[in-house]
Design a protein around this ligand. Structure first.
Ligand code: TXA
Ligand code: MG
Length: 326
């Protein structure tokens, strides 16, 4: 846990309209006072994010929900009770007084109580809501260690709280509970993440449909998001060797990220990691994408995990990192 004085400093900075990066169980967040428009504008400038994109408000206690949202449906209360603190973001109708700078002008607000001790200590000491996107520049890979934040944002952030590596490693699952949509659904997944589809179905009582982006602005759903400089190519376990041989023959620097080691790997292929479970894959994913760039790889061959549990979020991020044209 961060020393007491660090938390006090962080709270002072937030109260003064500054920016504090803090660990969560998913990824590091870049935090600003969610009720201070100037602080929010600075957040968007540093993040280099378009001002009409909404940010998630982080709270230190589920009981604060009603200060930020109205007409909260029963299903949202059940999700909050089961998953908070944890890697779930609820999109709800915004309460009066929630700033346009937070919601991007939408009538809804994204709320989350993170399950990470340093984050909770900070949020409880601060008392109010902390607006926080992932602490990377817009369109870059999310940070899962304090040093990733420092490398990305440098002196643009007033303080980085170090909580060690993130335990989940991919962003929160976003569930829209703000109303019945055109297809008649009262809940829909906007982004797969740390809370699995299986767990959501258990809590809600049926499979929660995924809503294709379009109507809502979710930058994390842009195809170019989460991309390293290296070209990510999603491949099946049995295709690795042939692809690697072909790429290496063209003089490319090639890396591999896979859940299991395919037999007969060619010399020269850089094995970045062989995470043994979907959970481990999620924890190391973003650090390995960064490493691919540090090593100057041209191509990263990635074999996704099975799309169960958090494996679905890992596969989703790998597809987005690969992009439509690759
Ligand atoms: O795990 C996470 O969610 C991390 C940590 C720091 O909490 N945060 C994160 O923030 O991933 P960001 O800004 O990188 O992604 C938040 C996503 C964005 O895609 C944003 O569009 C969506 O949440 N979002 C926020 N408020 C929304 C709203 N009212 N309606 C629809 N989407 C919303
Ligand atoms: Mg992000």
């Amino acid at each position: 846990m961060a020393p007491r004085t660090e938390i006090e400093r962080a709270v002072e900075i937030l109260r003064a309209g500054g920016l504090v990066a803090f660990p969560t169980e998913t990824v590091y967040g870049l935090g600003a006072d969610a009720s201070n428009p100037d602080a929010l504008r600075r957040l968007f400038t540093v993040k280099r994010r378009p001002p009409d994109h909404p940010v998630i408000v982080h709270l230190g206690d589920p009981a604060l929900l009603d200060g930020w949202a109205r007409d909260v449906p029963e299903v949202a209360r059940r999700l909050a009770a089961e998953c908070w603190p944890g890697p779930l973001t609820l999109v709800l109708r915004r309460a009066a007084g929630v700033l346009d700078e937070v919601t991007g002008g939408l009538d809804t607000v994204g709320l989350r109580v993170p399950g990470q001790p340093v984050a909770l200590e900070l949020l409880r000491a601060f008392g109010g809501g902390v607006a926080a996107p992932s602490a990377n520049r817009f369109g870059r890979v999310s940070p899962t260690r304090a040093e990733h934040v420092r490398a990305d944002l440098g002196s643009d952030v007033d303080l980085v709280l170090d909580g060690g590596p993130c335990a989940v490693g991919v962003e929160s699952t976003i569930v829209d509970c703000s109303g019945v949509d055109r297809s008649g659904h009262d809940v829909a997944v906007l982004r797969v993440g740390g809370v699995s589809a299986e767990r959501l179905a258990e809590i809600v009582g049926h499979v929660v449909p995924t809503r294709e982006p379009g109507a809502v602005r979710v930058p994390g759903s842009l195809a170019s998001h989460y991309a390293p400089r290296a070209a990510v190519v999603v491949v099946g376990h049995n295709e690795v060797v042939a692809q690697a041989v072909a790429l290496l023959a063209r003089g490319e620097r090639v890396g591999l990220l896979a859940a299991a080691r395919p037999p007969g790997l060619p010399d020269g292929l850089v094995v970045l990691d062989l995470p043994c479970s979907a959970e481990e894959y999620a924890r190391v994913l973003y650090a390995r994408l960064r490493e691919a760039d540090r090593l100057g790889l041209d191509v990263l061959l990635a074999v996704p995990p099975r799309e169960e549990g958090v494996g679905a979020a890992v596969a989703d991020r790998l597809r987005r990192a690969a992009g439509p044209s690759r």
